[in-house]
Design a protein. Sequence first.
Length: 424
Amino acid sequence: MTTVTTATDVNQPTLQPAAPAGRRLSLPVLLIIIAGGLALTSIVRIITGADGITNVSQMSTALELAVPIGLAGLGGLWAERAGVVNIGLEGMMILGTWFGAWAGYQWGPWTGVLVGIIGGALGGLVHALVTVTFNVNHIVSGVAINILALGATRYLAPLAFEGKPGGSAKQSPQVDSLGDFTVPGLSDALSELNHKGWFLISDIAGLLGGLVTNVSWLTLIAVALIPGSWWILWRTAFGLRLRSCGENPVAAESLGVNVYKYKYLAVIISGGLAGLGGVFLSIVANPFYLEGQTSGRGYIGLAAMIFGNWMPGGLALGAGLFGYTDSLNLRGGSENVHALLLLGALLLVIGAVLLALRKRYTTSAVTLLIGALVFTWYATTNEVPNQVVSATPYVITLIVLALSAQRLRMPKADGLPYRKGQGK
């Protein structure tokens, strides 16, 4: 993170701030790691015969499930880069689901998208008012937003939907589809290549096929928001000022930055993005609002943001990982999760070797022991209980956060109280 050091840095609109310093993987190394992961997954697929772990349908479903998680995480990133912890992402997603479906079934799906974003942004505005103006603890405010959003939608749903065709006290009438697209020719070719079962090539074809088959237009918008947010936050003067509020608001204020304004803008944008994630659930993933349909995705989005070290690219990888594990519930769950036990065991063994090379022998031994236990579980069973399949996304969330905790660096002033003029 490049902090503000001169008045020229803040006020010069042509400034190109650098990306934050720290332990980051170079692009070639990252590509090698991804290729290695795909190769290892391909080996597991061939050994276990679980072709479903990399087929086109699995990857398409994973992308669909990753989008709302990614949007919630992106919302959290905007808020926390400005120094405001946003635990209220779940509640803002809930507002997005209700408002999106309410407007969508009456005036069309694209109107529903816009109104859902506004609904989430209203939740962000409330969170900003409570935390920035009244200086209430950010965690307390976020939890309150979640509770209020759930209570408000439960109260409003019967009033708005009950008695309508296809509606009930807990479900809205059906919303028209936004439409989707499939790349002609390429989609069929990748699907055919995926079905051949070749080492690595078929797995890559499955991954790419999922990106060009039955993709919603809203998915394209969501994907574009990732690099768009990076460019705004790290390549514009506006983004530099916003990030300075999350690193050192006192210094930013001394250089003429209106800290309150940028915090408000960041949290409102955060709520809008989370609301868009909710809209995706109630218009794209399902063509209606259904009580409880967020299912904790706001919290998983927050976990994806933390896993990504408060960076858009890392956040996207985290959302993809959690979306993939969530998709196992829908397609060949028990068989696929059982195959992933072998993948997990292999990854743990590789991790133990790397730790041993770094002379961290105790940690290496513990990691190797866990890997052996996971392999024993795989070798002595033919399937896993359905309860394990359902819990897999949440277990993966906890494991990933535990393993990545040592490399994380949150914005320095994230969650800290701030009052205008406190540096004088």
